[in-house]
Ligand binder design. Structure first.
Ligand code: MN
Length: 251
């Protein structure tokens, strides 16, 4: 029996997680280990300085008072230690994880953690604009399709798939593109104001909506109504830069 682990960063009660659960349950035995509350933009953070609690949240469902990375770590090294999953799927995130955003993303971090611990992983996100109603239907059916392929074919070691699905129906989808990470155009996203006691405060703004226009990127695929699949390598080394720096006078 295939074992599937699900997690996310929107929290255990999120709609995207429920849709993902329903979409992949036919593929095998599904366990859910997810944060007890929203942890979006938690990045790849692990809680080392406090204990973590796991609360049962239904048959095969567990809520953790920690980050997405904590959830996957606890699942693989604790709860499922003797019955490790064949795949981890993280999502379906409410909002895209495109370009450089993946370094902040708790959704992608959950997949990174599983990849580090040797479990093939997929992060899946629904890209929708602010004010637009998210419709998880197509992302759910695509999650099932990609999970089936990963279970059949496996993934290269140290590589996860970052999947972004546009907020459209399956009929309106223009295809599936294998993409590379795009680049966001960063604006002046920090807002400074004065609080009621006269003290200055700052608020880090949301994502800027613009991105560097380049064919072949995740942004470009989604903007053209396509599903984007980016293979992400956890080895962040730049091998070309190594050659440059080897020429430096560093003794
Ligand atoms: Mn999220």
């Amino acid at each position: 029996m295939v074992r599937i682990l699900l997690s996310n960063d929107d929290g255990i009660a999120s709609e995207g997680l429920r849709v993902l659960y329903e979409s992949v349950s036919g593929l095998g035995e599904v366990s859910v280990v997810a944060p007890d509350r929203e942890q979006s933009a938690a990045g790849h953070s692990l809680s080392l300085y406090r204990p973590l609690r796991i609360d049962p949240a239904g048959e095969g469902w567990f809520a953790v008072d920690g980050t997405p990375t904590d959830c996957v770590n606890l699942a693989l090294n604790g709860l499922m230690k003797d019955r490790r999953p064949d795949i981890l799927i993280s999502g379906i995130n409410k909002g895209g994880n495109l370009g450089d955003d993946i370094t902040y993303s708790g959704t992608v971090a959950a997949a990174m953690e599983a990849t580090l611990l040797g479990v093939p992983s997929v992060a899946i996100s629904l890209v929708h604009e602010n004010g637009e109603t998210p419709n998880f239907g197509f992302a759910g059916s695509f999650a099932r399709r990609i999970a089936g392929e990963v279970l059949d074919r496996g993934l290269r070691e140290g590589v996860l798939l970052n999947v972004n699905v546009p907020n459209i129906s399956e009929e309106d989808c223009q295809g599936v593109r294998i993409t590379h990470q795009g680049k966001r155009v960063y604006g002046n996203a920090v807002v400074g104001k004065i609080d009621p006691r006269g003290r200055e405060y700052f608020w880090i703004g949301g994502n800027s909506l613009s991105w560097v226009k380049e064919v072949g990127t995740d942004f470009d695929a989604v903007a053209n109504g396509c599903v984007s699949i980016t293979p992400i390598r956890l080895d962040l080394t730049d091998y070309e830069a190594m050659k440059d720096i080897e020429k430096w006078n560093l003794g």
